[in-house]
Design a protein around this ligand. Structure first.
Ligand code: BGC
Ligand code: ZN
Length: 363
């Protein structure tokens, strides 16, 4: 079967032929992959800056934003039947008995660093025609959401980030659901915007694209106020929001910008980082002022990665809301490519569409 793989030693990305996987234990499920989304992580792996092949392999099959359909089930599979639409979780627990999170099926909080991630770290991913995995890592998506099912995994990142916010802000029992500012209108930024709007935040999203860009229109359809960096600087943002900025959610990983934005976070505010900096150069910050503000304003700074089963469940629930908000769009929000177009899609970042995917089959 076809698979898209990266060979880090040879610095090569290729469409390869790979043996079709077989069900090897009674609780496993076999999926026909329909499509796989592409994100910044995949592009970094293709630039050989990130990603690790399985121990016994010199290549890594890419892809962690899965969407597939069940074609075969092991004899002890209780949760799925042939024809079901499914997404597969990305991270697998480490084997250490003393890793409490992994023992509790919360490998997204693994403390040893020995977890594995399909398509990223030590395990082959989903950019291939068939995939086998245990039913416990799979969740069902309803057939009427099959058009956007592939957005589930990036949505889980937003779900976990907002769950962290709500959880930490329980320290403020009078509630904090007022203003939120999202940085970056990429998929994570826009999906975080969706979750924040659902949680009743008055949500603003700040990004580089102009107000006529498709991403700005998506922000608008989701119910947020789009602030283009072409027209807004920090002062104008503060004036526009006109109130305490309770939450800032970063989806860019742009370190300079994130620290600048920290200066406008309000009292009792929380700043969430989900973006991983591409540029790892040192930046100049005034740590003294930063610490002073964070202390005097009771602020929190939180990093979050990956997502748990609960986050996948909420993401799947919120796909309904996303679908309702986006169905009036004339322009397609997902651009779909053939596996043979992998080089073009994986190597060129774009800023005028929402998500690009590689399609392996139709349902
Ligand atoms: C994925 C996460 C993963 C992270 C770090 C992200 O692109 O969505 O599931 O944990 O990369 O590898
Ligand atoms: Zn990703």
């Amino acid at each position: 079967m076809k698979a898209i793989a990266v060979f880090p030693k040879e610095k090569r990305v290729a469409l390869i032929d790979y043996p079709e996987p077989k069900i090897g234990s009674p609780t496993q499920v076999k999926l026909k992959i329909l499509e796989v989304g592409i994100c910044g992580t995949d592009r970094e792996i293709c630039e050989f800056k990130y990603g690790t092949p399985p121990d016994d392999s010199d290549f890594l099959i890419l892809g962690h934003e899965s969407f597939g359909q069940v074609v075969e089930v092991g004899r002890k599979v209780t949760d799925f039947k042939i024809g079901d639409f499914v997404v597969v979780m990305v991270r697998r627990p480490c084997a250490h008995p003393y890793c409490a999170p992994c023992q509790a099926n919360r490998q997204d909080f693994c403390v040893t660093g020995d977890f594995k991630e399909r398509g990223i770290n030590g395990l082959h991913g989903f950019m291939t025609e068939y995939v086998v995995d245990d039913q416990k890592y799979m969740l069902r998506v309803s057939p009427d959401l099959q058009d956007i099912g592939v957005l589930t995994e990036p949505l889980t990142i937003a779900e976990k980030g907002v769950r962290e916010i709500c959880c930490i802000q329980k320290r403020l029992p009078w509630g904090c659901n007022h203003n939120a500012l999202v940085i970056g209108a990429g998929p994570i930024g826009l999906l975080a915007t969706l979750v924040l709007v659902i949680q009743k935040f008055e949500t603003y999203i700040y990004s580089l694209e102009s107000e006529t860009n498709l991403r700005a229109k998506i922000a608008d359809a989701i119910g947020a106020t789009y602030l283009s960096a072409k027209n807004y600087d920090l002062k104008k943002i503060i004036k526009k929001i006109a109130g305490n900025i309770d939450v800032i959610f970063d989806g860019t990983g742009a370190s300079q910008l994130a620290f600048e934005m920290l200066s406008i976070l309000g009292n009792n505010g929380i700043f969430v980082w989900t973006g991983i900096p591409g540029n790892k150069d040192a930046i100049n910050i005034n740590a003294g002022y930063m610490m002073r503000d964070m202390v005097l304003k009771n602020q929190n700074l939180v990093g979050t990665v990956n997502a748990g089963y609960e986050d996948f469940k909420s993401a799947i629930q919120n796909l309904n809301v996303l679908s309702a908000k986006l169905n009036k769009f004339a322009e397609p929000i997902i651009q779909r490519y053939e596996p043979s177009q992998y080089a073009q899609v994986l190597l060129n970042p774009v800023s005028d569409i929402f998500k690009r995917t590689i399609c392996f089959a139709k349902s």
